[in-house]
Design a protein around this ligand. Sequence first.
Ligand SMILES: [Zn+2]
Ligand SMILES: [Zn+2]
Length: 220
Amino acid sequence: MKKVLVSIFVLAIIGGAILIFIPKTQELIGIDTGPPLIGIQPYGSIADQEVDSVKNSIEAMYGFEVVVLDKKEMPEMAYTEIRYPRYRADSLLKWLTYHHPDTIDIAVGLTNQDISITKYKGNTREIKDPEWMYKDFGIFGLGTVGGTSCVVSSNRLHKNVSDKTFYRRLMRITCHEVGHVLGLRHCPEANCLMNDANESIKTIDNSTGDLCADCWADVR
Ligand SMILES: [Zn+2]
Ligand SMILES: [Zn+2]
C-alpha cells in the first residue's frame, strides 16, 4: 500500500513538472514565462542594415531575444491619401496584431515609408488645431502602451544628417516605441528616452538614449 502511495506521489510530481514546462500551461496558471520574444516585421524595400540596427538596439537596451520575420509588402489596408500618399500607423498596428506568428510576443514593424496618425486634443476625440495638419500627421513611430506591437518608420530620420546620426535616431525611436509596448507612457524627465518627442526629432537627438531610473522601474 505504501509503495502504491509513493508511486502516485512520484507520478504527480512528474506530471506537475511536465505541465509547468509547457508554455501554454504556464500562461493558464499564471506563471511568469520570462522575457518576451521580439519579432521584427520588415516591410517593402527596407534595407537590411536598418533591420540589423533595429534588432541590435532592442537586444542591447532590453536584453531580449529578437528574431527577424520574413519581409512583407506594406499592407494596402493602411494606405492613405488624406494629405499625402503614405500609411496610417494605427492601421499598421492593427495589421501587426493579427498577422504576426503566435511564437512572437511583441511585433516591431519597420518601414522606410512615411507613416501618420490623427492627433487629438488631450483625451478627447476632437482633432487638435490646426485640424488640416493634425487629421493626418506624420510621425516617427507608434507603440501601444502595454500592447503587443509597435511600428517604426525610418522615412523622416535621414534629412540632412550623417549616417551615424540617422542610425542613432533609428535605434532610439525603436527603443522608445518598444518602451511603450513594455508598459511605459511618456516621461516628464527631459533626458529620458520616453520623453515625448514633442513632434520634434531634436528631443530624440538630445536624449541620453537611455530610460531614466523611474522608467526602468516601470518596465513590465
Ligand atoms: Zn511615444
Ligand atoms: Zn523616464
